[in-house]
Design a protein around this ligand. Structure first.
Ligand SMILES: [Zn+2]
Length: 355
């Protein structure tokens, strides 16, 4: 590994700010920018640099543990559902924030999705960062800085990240070893989101699965049996999508267990946190996959609408209503999936409404 906070395409300004912050940190930071522009991986390197004795060497045991998500003084907050619970903020985060660090000279509290907090949670959170412990540093992550939480942002040093261009996302992929032409195509499909583009790049079946989604309107024949078949196929697809990650997770656990054994520890310290992180990663990939698929599905109806524009007002009007209804139904489904883990029923309902 090389020195941390050096290697993020298009984010020189943010990196400069973060590097000087490591040298002389204040009490709280908010790193913000559009999804997939580098906020999350940069926050990991920032947290590691803050617990590293050498300011982010990338090689010492503090750096390695922090980058692997198993440093006892780097706490990454976990939302239970779509956002944090008040109890969790008060009882868990609050207690960790007051605690003295165990191994490093400071505790770093990373708070992802800080812009999604409810007013109540924000209140509890504010209390926590208003009563600072000298050795604790807060690192909030957000996509935007909504006004209703201004009291929180105003207590943080702001580190803005910019939206990457298609060329820059393509460059990231080329640096990963993807060939130029392929990188360009993937970057265009990813809309400035590096993590999404990487996901596509690692996944040769992605284009095929999008084609599957686009074929759904044609396959719908008005029967419930077809809807059931389609939902089964979606389920199988979602299971196949996470398979490589499941294998990678199993390998990671094996490796960590071996390391622990070599250090004379029994079992796997932090095992529960690791398995929670793995579950979260699987869920995130599946919901992204579903998002991309539903987006492709809505695209078919939008495309039909554009075509219908050429066939007189009545046809166009009907197609427009249809496209709007489909897009509404899909939006409703996306929202319901966030709250509701019974996604199969929701998918069946959606497909029935399209049939
Ligand atoms: Zn280090």
């Amino acid at each position: 590994m090389t020195r941390l906070l050096n290697d993020f395409v298009g984010q020189d300004q943010a990196l400069n700010l973060l590097r000087s912050a490591v040298a002389n940190p204040v009490h709280a930071y908010v790193l913000y920018g559009p999804t997939g522009c580098g906020v999350v991986p940069a926050s990991r390197e920032f947290a590691a640099s803050l617990v590293c004795e050498y300011g982010g060497c990338g090689e010492c045991s503090d750096c390695v543990k922090a980058m692997r998500g198993i440093h006892p003084d780097v706490i990454v907050a976990m939302a239970e559902g779509p956002t944090y619970g008040v109890e969790y903020v008060k009882k868990s985060l609050g207690v960790w924030a007051m605690r003295q660090p165990l191994e490093a000279k400071r505790t770093v509290m990373v708070i992802p999705d800080a812009d999604g907090m409810t007013a109540q949670v924000a209140g509890a959170f504010l209390k926590m960062i208003e009563e600072p412990v000298a050795s604790t540093i807060f690192v909030l992550l957000a996509t935007t800085l909504p006004k209703q939480h201004i009291t929180i942002w105003s207590r943080c040093a702001e580190i803005p990240f910019r939206l990457l261009s298609v060329e820059e996302v393509a460059q990231v992929l080329v640096n990963d070893g993807v060939d130029q032409e392929q990188a360009r195509i993937l970057a265009e499909g990813a809309g400035g989101d590096v993590s999404r583009a990487r996901l596509f790049a690692d996944d040769p079946g992605f284009a095929e699965r999008l084609a599957w989604w686009r074929s759904v309107p044609e396959r719908l024949d008005g029967t419930g049996a077809m809807v059931v078949t389609l939902v089964e196929e979606i389920e199988a697809m979602l299971a196949a999508v996470v398979e490589p990650l499941t294998v990678a997770h199993a390998e990671e656990i094996e490796e960590l267990k071996e390391q622990a054994q070599m250090m004379g520890e029994r079992g796997l310290p932090g095992g529960e946190a690791i398995s929670k992180r793995h579950k979260r990663e699987l869920r995130r990939i599946q919901s992204r996959e579903l998002e991309a698929g539903l987006g492709a599905l809505a695209g078919v109806y939008r495309h039909r609408m554009h075509e219908a524009m050429g066939y007189g007002a009545a046809t166009a009007d009907e197609a427009m209503h249809r496209a709007a209804a489909v897009s509404d139904a899909i939006t409703k489904l996306r929202l319901s999936l966030v709250r509701n883990p019974r996604q199969n029923l929701a998918l069946e309902r959606l497909l029935l409404s399209l049939a």
